[in-house]
Design a protein. Structure first.
Length: 132
């Protein structure tokens, strides 16, 4: 039905399936293209998107602005982290970079999970708030 296509979750799922099929087809032509695409998203988009969720709540920014901000924040956060850790003596090797990226992604994820858990418990029935 038409209403199904208006739900963002349905569109995201279909877009994800489409991207997965295209990457699977490209994997036959060029090896490791899926890994390269996944790495691109993890390095260029995900850290900035997570940090933008912390600094600017969902209702503050429109999706296109959040996308641009996410890419810019990712460049800044990843670059600064690599440079600062290189300054203190951590070499820029593959294993170290994976740990750094893991921390860059894990810290805002933990903050978001804790803040959403706290917000959900404040609005739960039986904690003194008025529910309708």
């Amino acid at each position: 039905s038409v209403a199904m296509w208006r739900r963002p979750r349905t569109i995201l799922v279909l877009a994800g399936i489409s991207v997965a099929l295209v990457l699977a087809a490209l994997e036959l032509v060029e090896p490791h293209v899926g890994l390269k695409a996944f790495g691109f998203v993890v390095i260029i988009f995900l850290p900035g998107w997570l940090w933008s969720q912390i600094f600017w709540p969902t209702d503050v920014l429109d999706p296109l602005t959040r996308l641009g901000l996410s890419i810019g924040l990712s460049f800044a956060v990843v670059s600064l982290t690599v440079y600062l850790l290189a300054f203190v003596g951590v070499t820029a090797q593959r294993d170290n970079m994976l740990w750094e990226l893991g921390l860059i992604i894990a810290i805002p994820t933990g903050i978001l999970l804790l803040s959403r858990g706290r917000a959900a418990s404040q609005h739960a029935p039986g904690n003194g708030t008025i529910s309708q």
